[in-house]
Design a protein around this ligand. Structure first.
Ligand code: SAM
Length: 333
């Protein structure tokens, strides 16, 4: 294995640590640049056991880094660890315990290697992701246990941690949900995560979740650049954007210069089309109003059934409303 984390781990001779070999590649891919930058890192690891991974983190992280380990086993409190490592004892699946142990401490890296029970992994994530600093990374180890019923999981089982994290991937795209889906249960939590979530990556038995450096307070914008659009015209590209996307479109200066005439034409054409449609609608409304009036006369003379009366009243109300709308829009123009 050609990576320095793997080398540090494999040549480690202190307290015993227990990791799957593929994790070392994942840690190397996500952390190498950060470690090489030499800026101190604040790391939290849930699950201490023999203290081996805390010992190893203290060897590989830049000078000045601080490491906190949490374990439910009180024996972990007596481990002999380097001075920049602290061990706290408590149940990491309990939000209140975490609050008591950590207060408002922030971390750059969080590793969950605790009980591996699905419900614990999820509650710990909910409680600790807010403690992750911007650009921070959250690792969940041993998610293979999520496929095992004795750990509260199962293949595609409701409540399994893997299923929950697969669902969390939807948080990346809530800005594109249709209104009918936004109203569905659980979407508010996804929207809240979506403001902070940058990525979620799945590997064999380990998940890496990265946090945005800056909160996403508004949907990302479409950017159009370039000056030649021979296959799909510029105005056609724009016509596919929803109104909000069109308002927030970022048009680069060269494109702006190349396509402003195109856009003006498209706007004029759209206005003409709308005017035509309004005229058509007005004619249809008048026709329907006439038909309803004739129908109502017939109903009074022939003493029709109340049901059909209800129908004509309904259409009369629709026509009334459409007339009102058309009048309102004419005034706006
Ligand atoms: C897999 S071991 C940790 C190994 C260690 N991270 C390493 O790499 O060497 C899991 C540890 O999680 C602890 N643990 C289990 N349930 C816990 C909980 N609810 N809260 C905190 N720690 C827990 C266990 O006591 C055990 O020491």
């Amino acid at each position: 294995m050609n990576n320095f984390l793997a080398q540090a781990f494999l040549s480690h001779d202190g307290l015993v640590s227990d990791k799957w070999e593929q994790y070392l590649q994942v840690y190397d891919a996500f952390l190498r640049e950060r470690i090489e930058a030499g800026i101190p890192i604040r790391l939290l690891e849930i699950g201490v056991q023999n203290g081996g991974s805390l010992d190893m983190w203290s060897k590989v992280l830049p000078t000045g880094s601080t490491i906190i380990g949490i374990d439910i086993d009180p024996k972990c409190a007596s481990l002999q660890l380097p001075p920049n490592v602290r061990v706290r004892i408590g149940d990491a699946s309990d939000v209140q315990v975490l609050q008591d142990l950590l207060g408002d401490a922030e971390f750059d890296i969080i590793v969950d290697d605790g009980s591996h029970r699905s419900s614990h992994i999820i509650s710990t994530f909910r409680a600790c992701f807010p403690r992750l600093a911007g650009d921070g990374i959250y690792f969940v180890e041993d998610v293979h246990a999520s496929y095992w019923p004795e750990f509260g999981g199962g293949f595609r089982a409701a409540g399994a941690a893997m299923e929950w994290f697969k669902g969390l991937a939807d948080a990346l795209n809530t800005d594109h949900f249709r209104p009918v889906d936004i109203a569905r249960p659980g979407v508010d939590e996804l929207q809240a995560f979506g403001k902070y979530l940058q990525s979620i990556s799945f590997f064999d038995s380990i998940i890496a979740i990265t946090k945005l450096g800056q909160t996403k307070d508004a949907p990302y914008r479409r950017v159009l650049s370039g000056t030649t659009a021979d296959v799909s015209s510029f105005s056609r590209l724009c016509s596919f954007l929803p109104a909000q996307g069109l308002r927030s479109l970022r048009l680069m200066p060269a494109s702006d210069a190349a396509f402003s005439a195109d856009l003006q034409n498209a706007l004029a054409e759209a206005k003409e089309e709308i005017a035509g449609l309004k005229a058509l609608l007005a004619a249809e409304v008048e026709k329907s109003a006439k038909l309803i009036a004739e129908n109502a006369d017939a109903e009074t003379t022939e003493l029709r059934q109340p049901k059909s009366m209800q129908g004509s009243r309904f259409f009369a109300a629709v026509v009334h409303r459409l007339r009102g709308m058309l009048r309102g829009q004419t005034r706006q123009r």
